[in-house]
Ligand binder design. Structure first.
Ligand SMILES: Nc1nc2c(ncn2[C@@H]2O[C@H](COP(=O)(O)OP(=O)(O)OP(=O)(O)O)[C@@H](O)[C@H]2O)c(=O)[nH]1
Length: 511
């Protein structure tokens, strides 16, 4: 494969499109001083990739024209970094293509219940997406619930009930009531009275846009007075999404769109850009059948990952949602240079809470393009290794977790291996990994004490201008060189650490 390895579940989009676009950019960058021919060649390759992903011809032409006028290559002086300029112009244009030009209706917590009504055609993934959406907010600590007002499809209530139960989200529905408006009204009233932050209402779908569907949606809207109406769409229809989104918008007050099944269709890029062209903001994308295969959609982040540039701010949000960031206690210990096995265990548990490992890895700059295929996916060697480390640490005593030095003796290693059902070699591998982390934390802590980094605040500047060559060198020495390479080199790592530390997190993903 030529492009970045698609490390998150939006495999097809990244695989087909991202791979080709970044390969075109890479080929262009091989020319230290690209001229107009090289630029046009790159744009033709990108255009071909976009058309293959079913992006509208006019949108592609516009991208081409805009890049050419943003980079007037013949008028650029010799001192200008043309490659960087071209890369930036392509990035900006791809972002513009996916940007609806305005934001979706924001949900507010603490001002009564937000009622969000889901609409869409049958089979597009509406019921599944309702559960994913509710789960997303419940992980952020919102009091969330689900109402099933889909009386059209037999089995819809059972499906929602099953998803809700799995995600531990309260739900409301009826096997006997046939009027969807009556169910929605009763469910919303009940959950509003109980002070829920977010009430997600699943409505009926139809096989095609028809009068009955729109009438039901209108009645439902006047009954539950939604804060937002979310239109759920399957990405497999590609640029035909434009007309479908426009038709729904003309009949109902759609405030945001969620595109599903981006994991399975090469036309995903076409669907995303077509919906953005209707000025409907895309808020989330569905990237698989599971409840956590769902992610917020932000054009810049998406394009960044598409081109294998990572998504540091997305990573931060995911870490915060998983309760990994803002662990003041741990940050304090770390700035003092202390890192125990208990800290490491907490980090691994946190990683598990962040969702599928491949999704998380895709957010780390440079990592996706450098790991071999399957290295971090669910059930991959990487994921299994982290899971095994978790079992091993679960078999340790409190003393061992807090004072890892004591584990370094044959009898204890053997006991831990037996207790966790793992091999002695795996316990030793964990201890080696732990040592590497601890060494890194120690050197950072000692720099912090010397005043170079100024305690916690200084930690925030660790990757920033305060990071001296000496600090960088020490961190690089402490890290496994292969790992450093995987992270896109010291520069990328620095940027990531800066952002992580800046919001109270820690470099917990390195393992
Ligand atoms: N691969 C993949 N499958 C998805 C995704 N979202 C939903 N699905 C699957 O799509 C199928 C249809 O999803 P539903 O949630 O039942 O569709 P629906 O739109 O609610 O259908 P109605 O309730 O009949 O309107 C199910 O098999 C889901 O598991 C996704 O993002 N990726």
């Amino acid at each position: 494969m030529t492009g970045p390895r698609p490390s998150d579940a939006a495999a097809m989009v990244l695989n087909e499109l991202g791979g080709k676009i970044s390969a075109a950019i890479r080929r262009m960058s091989n020319n230290t001083v690209p001229d107009e021919t090289v630029l046009k060649q790159m744009l033709s390759e990108i255009a071909r990739a976009l058309l293959e992903a079913d992006v509208n011809v006019r949108a592609v032409q516009q991208l081409r024209g805009n890049v050419l006028s943003a980079v007037d290559i013949s008028s650029l002086g010799a001192g200008v970094n043309k490659v960087k300029l071209i890369q930036k112009a392509v990035f900006d244009e791809l972002c513009r293509m996916l940007d609806a030009g305005h934001k979706a209706v924001p949900l507010k917590r603490g001002h009564g219940s937000n009622v969000v009504m889901f609409v869409g055609l049958q089979g597009n993934g509406k019921t599944t997406t309702c559960a994913k959406y509710a789960y997303h907010y419940s992980r952020k600590g919102w009091k969330t619930c689900l109402v099933c007002a889909d009386t059209f499809r037999a089995g819809a209530f059972d499906q929602l009930k099953q998803n809700a139960t799995k995600a531990k989200i309260p739900f409301y529905g009826s096997y006997t009531e046939t009027d969807p408006v009556a169910i929605a009204t009763a469910g919303v009233e009940r959950f509003r009275a109980e002070g829920y932050d977010l009430i997600v209402v699943d409505t009926s779908g139809r096989h095609k846009q028809e009068v009955a569907l729109f009438e039901e949606m209108e009645q439902m809207t006047s009954a539950v007075k939604p804060t937002d109406i979310v239109f759920v769409m399957d990405s497999s229809i590609g640029q035909a999404a434009h007309d479908q989104a426009a038709a729904f918008r003309s009949r109902v007050d759609v405030g945001s769109v969620i595109i599903t099944k981006l994991d399975g269709h090469a036309k995903g890029g076409g669907a995303l850009s077509a919906v953005a062209a209707t000025r409907s903001p895309i808020t989330f994308i569905g990237t698989g059948e599971h409840i956590d295969e769902f992610e917020p959609f932000v054009a810049e982040r998406f394009v960044g990952r598409l081109l294998g540039m990572g998504d540091v701010s997305g990573l931060m949000t995911t870490m915060k949602d998983a309760g990994l960031a803002n662990n003041a206690d741990m940050v304090k210990r770390l700035t003092g240079g202390v890192f125990t096995l208990r800290d490491m265990n907490e980090q691994f548990e946190g990683i598990a809470r962040m969702g599928p490992l491949d999704k998380v890895m895709g957010m780390i700059p440079g990592l996706s393009s450098m790991l071999p295929e399957g290295a971090v996916g669910n059930g991959s060697e990487g994921a299994k290794r982290i899971q095994a480390f978790g079992y091993i640490m679960d078999a340790m005593t409190d003393e061992e977790l807090d004072n890892p030095k004591v584990v370094w003796c044959t009898s204890r290693i053997r006991r831990v291996a037996r207790g966790s059902g793992r091999h002695v070699a795996e316990v030793e591998a964990l201890l080696v990994e732990y040592r590497r982390f601890a060494k890194m934390v120690q050197s950072v802590g000692s720099m912090s004490k010397k005043g170079g980094m100024g305690g916690l605040g200084g930690m925030g500047g660790m990757g920033g201008p305060h990071m001296t060559r000496d600090m960088q060198a020490k961190m690089q020495q402490a890290m496994d060189p292969a790992m450093l390479r995987q992270m896109g080199g010291a520069g990328n790592m620095q940027e990531m650490l800066k952002k992580m530390m800046g919001s109270g997190g820690m470099p917990n993903l390195l393992g």
